[in-house]
Write a protein that binds this ligand. Structure first.
Ligand code: T1G
Length: 708
C-alpha cells in the first residue's frame, strides 16, 4: 500500500501543496520516500510532509522502524535554493532532524545519488546510514557561502571526529561510498539493492535503544592534525568568510553541548545567508544553470557527435584534445608535418602523465583515453569527423586559407569551429560553403582544466550548431556561455579594458606593486602585472606592434610594455619583467619603478597616490562599463553570462558574484560616477555605456536584466 502525501497541513490559505513524499509499509518498516523532482530539495513542502510522516509513524502500532529514502536520481540535494533569502517557513529543518533523532522507533536513511547539505544532515539525525555503491555524500554549503544550518557542524564532528569534519565542511567536497565508510560517515554500503538492504537494516534495529549523535561528545583531535587542518582552511579561505566560521563552529562542538552549539550554528547560517558573499555565490550557481537555456533553442535538437577533429596540436590544440578524450569522444589530431605532430602527441601524453602523478587517473585510464586518439598529417582524413575545431596560430590569413582547404575536404554538413580568442569570425565563415555550420569554440588554457567555454555565434551560425555546442559544453563539464562576435568576445574584450585601466593608473602615480596588491586584496589570485609577467610580456608586445598601425591616435596609449621588452624584460621566463624574480619569488624592481615614475612625469599628468579601494573601484568601473556595452550590443544575452565568463575564465573572485553582480551590490550610481571621472581617451573620459546610464537614471540594476 502506498500513499502520496501532500503537505497540506501548514499550507498558506488557499495554497495547494504538491505531493512530495510517498509513504508505504514493508512489514513493520514504514518507508518514507522523498519525491520532489528534479533533486528532492528539502523545500518547505518536503519538510512538512516528512515531519507529519515521522510523527504519524510514532503513533502507528504497526510501524516499528522507519526508513527515509529518495525517489529519482538523488536522495536529496539539500535545502531548496529557490527559498534562500526569503523568510524561513516552518517546519524548520533543524527541528525536523531533532524530531527524527528523538524518534522512539529507529530511523535509517538510505543515500543514493548525492546526499548533500540538508540531505546529509537528515542522515546525521537518523540512527543508521546506508549508502549506494555509487552514491556521494557531502556538505557543500560553503560553496554557496553558507555552512550547514541543520546540525551538520555539530553532529558531523561527533560522528567522524573534528579534523575530518572540518575538512568536509570547509571544502564542501563530496565523498564516495568507500571513503564515507572509512570515515565512519556511513554504517554500510549496499552490496546490490540499496532499498532492500536498507529495509533489512531498519528491521534489524527494531526494539533496540537508538543512540543519539547529539548526546555524544566529539572525540578529541590530535593537536597537530587539528592545527594543520585549521591552517589549511585559513590558507585556502582567501577572503571567504564561511570556511573561517566553520573552524569556529567545529571547535565549539568540542567544548559545548549540542544544545548550545546548534543555536550558534543556526545564527551563523542566517548571518551568512544575508552576506554579500553568499548572495554572490548563489547568483553564480543559478547563473550557471541558466546560461545554456535560450528560448530560441528550446525546440532544437543538438546533433550527436562522436569523432572530433582538431587541427593544430600546440598548447591549445593538445589541451582541447585531452578535454574531448576525457569526455569519451574519439579525437583526430592533425598537424602539418611529422615533427609537429610528434611534439603535439608528447604534449598530450605529458598532460596524462601529469594526471597520473597527481593521482587523478591511473595507467589504464591513460591507455584507454589515448586509444581514442588518432594522430595524422593528412587533412583529408578529417572527412569522417562530426566536428572540426581549428586551433592553429592567431593569424587571419592562415585561418582563412585553412577554411578554404577544409571546404574542399569535408562535407558541407560538418560542423566547423575556430578556437580564436579575438579574431572576427565572419571572414572565416565566408571561406566555407554552408557558413551556418560555423561557430567559435573559445577554450581557455589549459583547455582540459579551465571550466569556461565561450561559444561564439557568428552572424549565420545555425540554431542547431549553437545547441550542439551547448551540448558539447555539458558533456565536457564546462560552463558554456554564448557570445556574439566582437574583438575579444566577452572575456578578452573586458580584460583589455581592465588592463588598460591599470596601465593608466601607472601614468597617474600608482606603481605596479600597488595595483597588484589592491587587486589581490580584492580577491584575484594574482594582480594584472604579475599575470603579465607569468604569461610573458613578449606576447603583449607582439600584439601591440600588430595593432599599432590601426590604433586610434586619440586612444590613450601606455607604451611601458615596449620599454620593458626593449630591455629584454620578458617576464618570469627572463627572470625580470614588471618585477624581478629571485629564486622564483617576485620582488619589486626599483629600476622599473623609476622608469614608471619617469614616464608618468613625462606625460604631464598630475601625480597622486591611490588607495586600494580607489584602484579596485576604477578597475571594476572599467569592466562594468564595457560589460554594459557588451549587453547593449547584444554580444552577451544576460549580465549573469558576463559574470560567469569573468569568474570562470579570468579569476574574478567567485564570492563577489562576478563584476556585474558586484556592481549592483556597490551601487550603479557609484560605478557610473567613477567611469565618468576616469580619463580613457586623451583629454576625455570614458565613453559611458548608454545602458549603464539608463539603468542609473531609471534606478534599476543589472539583476533586473537577468530575466527568469
Ligand atoms: N535547490 C533547488 N534546486 C536545485 C538544488 C537545490 N539545492 N540543487 C539543484 N537544483 C536544481 C538546479 O537548479 C537544476 O534546475 C536542477 O536541480 C538540476 O541541477 C540547512 C539549507 C545536486 C549535484 O548546495 O550541487 O542544505 O536548471 O543541473 O549537474 O544546511 O545541483 O533543471 O531548472 O545542477 O546533476 C546545499 C546544490 C544546500 C547542492 C546535481 N546543497 N546542487 O547536479 O544537475 S544548503 C547544494 C548541486 C542546505 C542546510 C542548507 C547539483 C547536484 P533546472 P543540476 P547536476
Amino acid at each position: 500500500m502506498s500513499t502520496a502525501v501532500s503537505a497540506a497541513g501548514d499550507a498558506d490559505e488557499g495554497e495547494t501543496m504538491p505531493d512530495v513524499l510517498r509513504v508505504w509499509r514493508d512489514g513493520e518498516v514504514a518507508v518514507l520516500e522523498i519525491d520532489n523532482p528534479p533533486v528532492n530539495a528539502t523545500s518547505q513542502a518536503v519538510r512538512r510532509a516528512l515531519l507529519d510522516a515521522v510523527q504519524r509513524a510514532q503513533s502507528e502500532p504497526e510501524t516499528l522502524s522507519i526508513l527515509i529514502c529518495g525517489a529519482g536520481r538523488t536522495f536529496t540535494a539539500g535545502g531548496d535554493i529557490t527559498e534562500f533569502g526569503k523568510p524561513p517557513r516552518e517546519p524548520h529543518l533543524p527541528d525536523l532532524i531533532n524530531r527524527i533523532e528523538e524518534s522512539g522507533k529507529p530511523v535509517v536513511v538510505a543515500w543514493h545519488g548525492t546526499a548533500l547539505g540538508g540531505g546529509c544532515e537528515i542522515g546525521l539525525g537518523a540512527h543508521k546510514r546506508i549508502i549506494a555503491k555509487d552514491g556521494f555524500v557531502g556538505l557543500p554549503e560553503v560553496k554557496l557561502g553558507l555552512l550547514p544550518g541543520a546540525g551538520g557542524t555539530q553532529r558531523l564532528p561527533r560522528l567522524v571526529g573534528p579534523v575530518a569534519a572540518l575538512d568536509l565542511i570547509a571544502t564542501g567536497r563530496m565523498v564516495g561510498a568507500e571513503e564515507a565508510l572509512r570515515l565512519g560517515l556511513v554504517d554500510a554500503i549496499a552490496r546490490k539493492d540499496l532499498r532492500a538492504e536498507a529495509i533489512e537494516l531498519a528491521r534489524g534495529l527494531i526494539g533496540q535503544m537508538q543512540p543519539r549523535l547529539s548526546l555524544r561528545s566529539t572525540p578529541a583531535a590530535e593537536p597537530e592534525a587539528w592545527q594543520a587542518m585549521v591552517a589549511k582552511v585559513n590558507r585556502e579561505a582567501r577572503g571567504r568568510i564561511a570556511p573561517q566560521r566553520a573552524i569556529e563552529l567545529v571547535s565549539q562542538s568540542l567544548t559545548l553541548p549540542f544544545s548550545l552549539g546548534q543555536p550558534n550554528e543556526r545564527r551563523a547560517f542566517f548571518e551568512l545567508m544575508n552576506s554579500e558573499q553568499s548572495r554572490g555565490l548563489r547568483h553564480l550557481f543559478l547563473a550557471e544553470r541558466e546560461a545554456g537555456k535560450r528560448p530560441e533553442l528550446a525546440s532544437v535538437t543538438p546533433r550527436d557527435l562522436h569523432q572530433i577533429g582538431i587541427i593544430g596540436a600546440g598548447t591549445m590544440g593538445s589541451g582541447i584534445a585531452v578535454a574531448f578524450l576525457d569526455a569519451g569522444y574519439k579525437v583526430m589530431l592533425v598537424e602539418a608535418d611529422d615533427a609537429a605532430l610528434q611534439a603535439g602527441l608528447e604534449r598530450v601524453n605529458g598532460l596524462y602523465l601529469r594526471a597520473i602523478r597527481s593521482g587523478r587517473i591511473d595507467e589504464n585510464t591513460r591507455l584507454n583515453r589515448l586509444s581514442n586518439l588518432a594522430p595524422t598529417t593528412e587533412m583529408s582524413r578529417l572527412a569522417g569527423c562530426d566536428l572540426v575545431i581549428e586551433a592553429i596560430f592567431e593569424d587571419m590569413g592562415a585561418k582563412i586559407e585553412l577554411m578554404k582547404k577544409l571546404a574542399n575536404l569535408v562535407p558541407a554538413s560538418m560542423l566547423v569551429a575556430t578556437n580564436t580568442s579575438y579574431l572576427d569570425l565572419e571572414p572565416m565563415a565566408d571561406a566555407l560553403p554552408a557558413p551556418e555550420r560555423f561557430l567559435g569554440l573559445h577554450f581557455f588554457s589549459p583547455a582540459h582544466v579551465m571550466k569556461l567555454l565561450e561559444i561564439v555565434r557568428a552572424r549565420r551560425t545555425s540554431l542547431q550548431a549553437l545547441s550542439t555546442a551547448l551540448a558539447i559544453g555539458r558533456k565536457l563539464k564546462k560552463i558554456a556561455v554564448i557570445s556574439g562576435v566582437c574583438e575579444g568576445f566577452i572575456g578578452n574584450r573586458i580584460l583589455a579594458k581592465f588592463r588598460a585601466q591599470c596601465e593608466f593608473m601607472l601614468e597617474e602615480g600608482a606603481l605596479p606593486r600597488e595595483i597588484d596588491a589592491a587587486m589581490e586584496a580584492f580577491g584575484l589570485a594574482m594582480g594584472p602585472f604579475a599575470v603579465q609577467d607569468l604569461a610573458g610580456l613578449d606576447i603583449a608586445w607582439a600584439r601591440r606592434k600588430r595593432l599599432a598601425a590601426t590604433r586610434d591616435p586619440a586612444d590613450r596609449d601606455v607604451p611601458l610594455v615596449d620599454r620593458l621588452c626593449e630591455q629584454g624584460r620578458f617576464g618570469q621566463k627572463a627572470g625580470k619583467g614588471w618585477y624581478l624574480y629571485e629564486n622564483g619569488h617576485r620582488v619589486p624592481d626599483p629600476a622599473v619603478e623609476a622608469m614608471v615614475r619617469a614616464h608618468a612625469a613625462a606625460t604631464g599628468r598630475p601625480q597622486r597616490s591611490f588607495s586600494a579601494q580607489e584602484i579596485q573601484n576604477r578597475v571594476v568601473a572599467a569592466m562594468v562599463n564595457e560589460g554594459a556595452k557588451i549587453l547593449g550590443e547584444g554580444i552577451a544575452a544576460r549580465p549573469a553570462d558576463i559574470d560567469l565568463v569573468l569568474v570562470n575564465g579570468y579569476g574574478f573572485p567567485n564570492w563577489r558574484g562576478g563584476p556585474m553582480h558586484y556592481a549592483d551590490a556597490l551601487g550603479l550610481k557609484q560605478v557610473l560616477a567613477v567611469a565618468q571621472n576616469t580619463e580613457a581617451r586623451d583629454g576625455r573620459g570614458f565613453e559611458v555605456a548608454p545602458l549603464l546610464a539608463e539603468l542609473v537614471s531609471s534606478q534599476r540594476n543589472f539583476s533586473t536584466l537577468n530575466g527568469g
